[in-house]
Design a protein around this ligand. Structure first.
Ligand SMILES: NC(=O)c1ccc[n+]([C@@H]2O[C@H](COP(=O)([O-])OP(=O)(O)OC[C@H]3O[C@@H](n4cnc5c(N)ncnc54)[C@H](OP(=O)(O)O)[C@@H]3O)[C@@H](O)[C@H]2O)c1
Length: 600
């Protein structure tokens, strides 16, 4: 079975309606039994529904033509300027589906697919919205696109999923390794292979591919057709939807159903595109019956503590495989694993982030290829602790907290230096490991924080704005003239030997003040209160954090703990905002509200 991907007939700058309709009809004549479209396939936000109207027009000439195809459309994306964004809210899915019914001119959509899970909306919300539309009779079958195995399972726990659409083709190795194709095959769910030829970008690669090209020459068809034949040959549930934009390409598809691959051709394709076996009945390699060797994947987010744990294995004689040490891409690292196992290395500890099934699969299969088993140890460190580790590492390596521009620069050559976004990125892509991927075992390691025993110092952390006011009512005083120091509060501070005033001063980033004026104001606070204290401040702007020093991120606290060898539990934080409370809790510092502390 194959279909036609209609996207480019509306998104191409040189689109032409008459040609597009001819392409769609030629594809149906060639045997395409599915037309894939979406509300957003058009030239931009003002062109929503263009592709659906086009598809409807192409099949409207005869009932017979219409009945030969399933029309599959999608909702869950929006166009905004040049970008395509997800919107998985139930409200949007309903509005999009109703607009698609209109654009397609039907009362019920054959197959309605969630275009992509939205990072900010649980997939269950989007899928429940689809289920409601189905129960109202507006959708016949429900599909999901671009999902992970876990997301697919979550969707299946809510309703029956009639089709899964993901990128699948000779240049989509990661999709094969991600486990969705194998999973769909075992469930018997239709697998719609989008961009099966790698899109327009891969045109040259496709034509030059040595094996596809050689077989194509022998068969007197295009390499594209051999790629499609390879896909449909892998499993009966696969339905590629090539995106022809020329009538000739669409007509060529007529040869696809009759293009049965010979055993010899299959073997050549398997050698050239070995990951295809992950969808075919056999896995690329099987778990060794009598294992000789072991590869331990030690995975976790940046800053989860992998390097420290890896030492436990290297101490036992395991050889360490780590991107930080060896550099390069993960595929190159797996090439190195392959060479190690092919020589006499039998025990390897591979400590890398390994967030997805796809990247883990390559390591597992490399181990199996050499008769070794694979185990997974998942450092399930909470992000709050991993943030502290990241700051500690930065202080060890660079001596201080780096400015955002320095973090960006350093992160290019040093994987141990990164901004707060790296850990959130890991969590967004994380597919938690499971034994069904091929691991012998998956062990989750909880994180336990242990500050050095020598850290016994005490300090009072206090928000600087609790010690002064702006006379003009500004968020913070930016000049001595505008600053009123709350001298009455000095008494409550006298008992504390070490006081660290914390401040957030984004007015430095916005050039409303300077670091010199900030220090001048701070010296005035110290002088008027007649109490010694040090200042630790974040000068960076609001918005997504780009530094480690804006609370509740732990940078300023970790630096103080390390510098003064503080015992967090013996310190106190006097704060005034939820961010202060969170900051203190994450570091294990007891917290009191400003009003409460100074009233006492
Ligand atoms: N769900 C999603 O997120 C998603 C994402 C991307 C795409 N899609 C779907 O996948 C469909 C296909 O993707 P795509 O258009 O990006 O890439 P594609 O199908 O991988 O590649 C299309 C290119 O292949 C060429 N081609 C060569 N021989 C062909 C033949 N015999 N039949 C068909 N095409 C041939 C086409 O040439 P000519 O143009 O010269 O005909 C076109 O340049 C889209 O139309 C869309 O429906 C879905």
């Amino acid at each position: 079975m194959f279909g036609l991907g209609c996207m480019r007939l509306s998104t191409a700058a040189d689109r032409d309606e008459a040609r597009a309709i001819a392409v769609i009809r030629a594809a149906i004549e060639a045997g395409a039994s599915l037309l894939d479209t979406a509300d957003v396939y058009g030239l931009g936000e003002h062109d929503v529904g263009h592709n659906e109207r086009l598809v409807a027009k192409a099949v409207s000439s005869s009932r017979e033509l219409r009945d030969r195809v399933i029309i599959a459309t999608k909702g869950g994306l929006i166009r905004s300027g040049a970008s395509w964004r997800t919107d998985g809210r139930a409200k949007h899915i309903r509005a999009a589906c109703e607009a698609s019914l209109c654009a397609l001119g039907v009362e019920r959509i054959d197959l309605y697919q969630l275009h992509a899970p939205a990072p900010d909306t649980p997939i269950s919300t989007s899928v429940r919205a689809l289920l409601r539309l189905q129960s109202e009779g507006k959708i016949d079958r429900i599909g999901v696109c671009n999902v992970t195995v876990d997301q697919l399972e979550e969707a299946r726990s809510i309703c029956e999923i009639g089709a899964v659409q993901i990128a699948l083709g000779p240049f989509a190795e990661q999709s094969f390794r991600g486990g969705v194709p194998e999973h769909c095959r075992s469930l018997g769910v239709r697998l719609i292979a989008h961009s099966p030829l790698g899109g327009k970008r891969s045109r040259a690669r496709l034509v030059r591919h040595p094996v596809l090209r050689a077989i194509a020459l022998e068969r007197e068809v295009s390499p594209a057709l051999i790629a499609l034949a390879w896909l449909t040959d892998l499993a009966p549930n696969v339905c590629p939807i090539p995106g022809a934009t020329r009538v000739e390409s669409a007509m060529e598809l007529a040869k696809l159903p009759g293009l049965a691959l010979s055993e010899e051709e299959r073997a050549r394709l398997l050698a050239a595109l070995p990951f295809g076996r992950l969808l075919a009945s056999e896995r690329a390699t099987r778990r060794p019956g009598s294992p000789d060797g072991e590869v331990v994947l030690l995975m976790g987010m940046p800053g989860s503590g992998k390097s420290t744990h890896a030492r436990r294995w290297t101490d036992q004689g395991y050889r360490r495989l780590n991107r930080d040490e060896h550099g390069g891409r993960m595929s190159a690292l797996h090439g190195m694993l392959d060479r190690w196992l092919a020589s006499d290395t039998r025990r390897v500890i591979a400590d890398n982030t390994y967030p997805t099934r796809a990247v883990r699969n390559e390591a597992i299969e490399t181990a199996w290829k050499h008769g070794a088993i694979a185990r997974c140890v998942f450092l399930d460190t909470p992000i709050e602790e991993a943030q502290i580790n990241a700051v500690l590492r930065m202080l060890q390596m660079h001596g201080d907290l780096l400015e955002p521009s320095d973090i960006r620069r350093a992160s290019k050559r040093d994987p141990n230096t990164f901004g707060p976004d790296a850990q959130h990125r890991f969590l967004r892509t994380l597919e938690p490991p499971t034994t069904d991927e091929g691991f012998e075992s998956v062990e989750r390691m909880p994180f336990v924080r242990a500050w050095p025993k020598s850290y016994r110092g005490r300090a009072l952390f206090v928000e600087l704005e609790a010690l002064r006011r702006s006379r003009s009512g500004a968020r913070a005083p930016l000049s001595i003239e505008d600053q009123e120091v709350l001298v009455a509060r000095a008494d409550r501070l006298r008992d504390h030997q070490r006081i660290i005033a914390l401040a957030w001063l984004p007015e430095i980033a916005s050039a409303e003040t300077t670091r010199e004026r900030v220090l001048e104001c701070f010296r005035a606070v110290v002088a008027e209160l007649e109490i010694e204290m040090e200042l630790a401040y974040c000068p960076h702007p609001a918005g997504p954090p780009i530094c480690w020093c804006r609370r509740p991120l732990p940078g300023l606290g970790v630096r103080a703990i390390r510098t003064h060898e503080l015992d967090p539990a013996s310190c106190l934080m006097v704060g005034r905002s939820p961010a202060d409370r969170t900051f203190a809790e994450r570091l294990g510092i007891p917290h009191r509200d400003e009003e409460d502390f100074f009233r006492a």
